[in-house]
Design a protein around this ligand. Structure first.
Ligand code: NAD
Ligand code: UDP
Length: 311
């Protein structure tokens, strides 16, 4: 296959590019570096199976030659990033998704959308299954990301229904691993950076809010299987490793041997920050035969090693 991956210079997009190339496919990576980093794909430059196009996908996308699949991963993903880039975030989820769908239709290609657990908002159902419609504040600070992704899902299903385009939607839960940006503001790089520097870990709010963390290779496996499947409804990909932010901070301090403890930053918690988050992954298990395999501690150890190297 020859696949187009938008957001290829980002954390997830770069691992996805690696996977497709390792499977013998050829990848066209596209990115405008708004939150990504050229270093994430530096090792692919010069590989005959990788071609990079610097382009903002909110503008018309042109790619010469055949494309068998379009994987649309371009979008700021960290709350700090999308609070700084609210309009770009809305545009890449709406205009960017429309352009990527249009390209897939023109090329007779499969389309896969990177959606998110954020479409459930601050959920009133726990754990979250794919049939839960969510609890999103359209005008809250996180609304720019949540609504962009909700629109992206809607237009993806519209292309599927109106044009018969083969589409896939993955709802990604908190994913971590090497190549996250140290300063992207997400809890994993924040905590690991602070722990390596011997600083106290900044827990926002009262720290009782939960997240379920998955290592990036497990996500990539789920995405790879979903693209190959014939299933067009959304599929959650994430783990049952649900921890409060206090417990998560203690785990990072334990693994790194950081003795500086934690400090509470009550006011740094963003309005609408979900109180709980854990996926129901029955669908991924039954339809894709997928389940995560990397234990949390092991994945964190690998990630900490990466951050020690880059810091
Ligand atoms: P990231 O910020 O590392 O990567 C996103 C990439 O998209 C960056 O390289 C950025 O430069 C690029 N991009 C953004 N706008 C663009 C535009 N208009 N044109 C071209 N390129 C553009 O984030 P990530 O964590 O790798 O997330 C990748 C995708 O996965 C996103 O769509 C995100 O919403 C989704 N996702 C990620 C997570 C997670 O935990 N990492 C969870 C849910 C969903
Ligand atoms: N968080 C925290 N300290 C930090 C950064 C984040 O306690 O230094 C919390 C944040 O309030 C949220 C959780 O960690 O409840 C996960 O935040 P992240 O930005 O990683 O992504 P989200 O899951 O909210 O999209």
């Amino acid at each position: 296959m020859r696949v187009l991956i938008t957001g290829a210079a980002g954390f997830v997009g770069s691992h996805l590019s690696d996977r497709f190339i390792a499977e013998g496919h050829s990848v066209v990576g596209m990115d405008n570096f708004i939150t990504g980093n050229p270093r994430n794909i530096a090792h692919l430059i010069g590989n005959p199976n990788f071609r990079f196009i610097r382009h903002d996908v909110t503008n018309y996308i042109y790619v010469a030659g055949k494309i068998d699949a379009v994987l649309h991963f371009a979008s700021p993903a960290s709350p700090i990033d999308y609070l700084k880039l609210p309009i770009q975030t809305l545009k890449v989820g709406s205009l960017g998704t429309h352009n990527a769908l249009g390209l897939a239709l023109a090329k007779d290609a499969r389309f896969l959308l990177a959606s998110t657990s954020e479409i459930y908002g601050d959920p009133l159902q726990h754990p979250q299954s794919e049939d839960y419609a969510g609890n999103v504040n359209t005008i809250g600070p996180r609304g720019v990301y949540d609504e962009a992704k909700r629109f992206a899902e809607s237009i993806t299903m519209a292309y599927h229904r109106a044009h018969g385009l083969p589409t896939r939607i993955v709802r990604i839960f908190n994913t971590y691993g090497p190549r996250m940006r140290l300063d992207d503001g997400r809890v994993v790089p924040n905590f690991i950076g602070q722990a390596i520097r011997g600083e106290p870990l900044t827990v926002y709010g009262d720290g009782t809010q939960t997240r379920s963390f998955q290592y990036v290779s497990d996500l990539i496996e789920g995405v790879y299987r979903l693209l190959a499947s014939e299933f067009s409804d959304p599929v959650n990909i994430g783990t049952q490793d649900e921890l409060s932010m206090i417990a998560f901070a203690e785990l990072i301090n334990d693994i790194t041997g950081n003795k500086a403890g934690i400090i509470f930053k009550q006011s740094d918690r963003i309005l609408g920050d979900p109180q709980t988050r854990r996926p129901d992954t029955t669908r991924a298990q039954t339809i894709l035969g997928w389940r995560p395999v990397v234990p949390l501690r092991e994945g964190l150890e690998r990630t900490i090693e990466y951050f020690r190297e880059v810091m």
